[in-house]
Design a protein around this ligand. Sequence first.
Ligand code: NAD
Length: 480
Amino acid sequence: MVTTLRTQGLTGPAETFDTVNPATSEVIATFPVFGEDDVAEVVERAHQAGSWWARLEAKDRRTRLLAWKSHITRYIGRLAELVHTETGKPLADAQMEILLAIVHIDWAARNAHKVLRRRRVSSGLVALNQAATVEYQPLGVVGVIGPWNYPVFTPVGSIVYALAAGNAVVFKPSEFTPAVGAWLVSSFAEVVPEQPVLQLVTGGGETGDYLARSAVNKIAFTGSAATARKVMAACAQNLTPIVAECGGKDAMLVAADADLDAAADAAAWGALSNAGQTCIGIERVYVAEGVYHSFLEKLAERAAQVRPGDDREAGYGPMTMPSQIDVIEQHIADALARGARAVVGGLASVRRPFVGPVVLTDVPEESALANATSYGLGASVFTKNKKAAMAAARSLRSGMAAVNSVIAFATVPSLPFGGVGDSGFGRIHGADGLREFARPKAITRQRMKPPVNLTSFSRSDKDLKRALNMATMLHGRLYK
Ligand code: NAD
């Protein structure tokens, strides 16, 4: 894999790191650790590639992005295998993740021009003599720093929206999933061989830090809130803007009239799929008292049937990061010590590198809620009452909410994705996601001489008086 560096024309750093299959501990590949100068060199090349990419006609960018989509779709089996090997998630989950990424590539490619192109806006009465337009121009180079839990879907959510908006991208995948990152970058180079519009830098936190401090025009960061703070501090040096997609503590609300089978099914899948390593995974369920016991019974029944493993029938795989297993063990022990009751599993569910399903009830609020209040990523509401559902979904402090399902908002490419509080800020996906990677350019064009020219030293007292009279007429009315 060191060839990745050579094809980028760099002499390359000597230091390397291994990526490992979390189920078997087998080494998958070896990657270079990019140092400060290596990152700077890649970013410089990205600026050149970016000006070529930005100068292309919108339709030519669209064709190339759609060609990338088609390439990924045709090689989905190969990419899914790599995701499975590097993260440990079941092959079917890897395929589903890639399918969702494909939907976003398609949407971004097809909608970028419509969302970002120049459009006329009303110039208002005061500036009637001006024609006003706004357009969204590329920023230049976007640095994308990715996580490992969804190594295709998550970074592609930034990469393709940044590319569609006319930027070049330098991508630093997580040190746990560099092979998937390298595959994405080389597949793009196959369909866009002219310039290195999407480039790869590999390494750990330090490499990410170099990217944040480099001459990029924006950082799209996905990871933990703690790392987002460090990235923001690094970006502050050059006033580099950042979009931060961080973790969540998503809640599900189950009302008394909810379809309990559907809610239990969604809670089990929302919490356990991908070994619970989902930013928008369900972490807490609040159930109306009257249906609490029957919901719990249905959830426990479903959760108890799910089995982690490395085989085809397994519901989910191993924990991708070995260090996270200690954290889970501590959380279970802490909740149990504070009076929680394990309805399914318990401390014995931790069987490295796997963690079996655990459902805890009577968890003291401070074990669940105190951590949760600062986060606000996704949420889920189950009820048959449409009005109550919408009211609950709207009032939850989260960037997204799904009624009668989980994570559905991530599958709708026209919807913005992002959080509030410790879950981050800024948006990827949809029109907001495209504009996140563009700068609005406002232009006025004087169509005729103004009736009163206020922006001139030749302005007379009479001109000003006419303007004031007009303002009084337009804006001076009393409102009650
Ligand atoms: P992390 O914060 O440890 O690392 C994320 C990325 O940042 C990695 O590529 C890492 O190498 C890099 N990094 C680490 N230190 C850095 C530094 N000082 N400067 C620059 N880059 C640095 O997170 P992780 O464990 O890889 O990912 C899991 C987290 O991501 C969870 O909190 C999860 O909820 C969150 N997540 C959020 C979303 C979302 O869209 N909101 C999606 C997926 C994952």
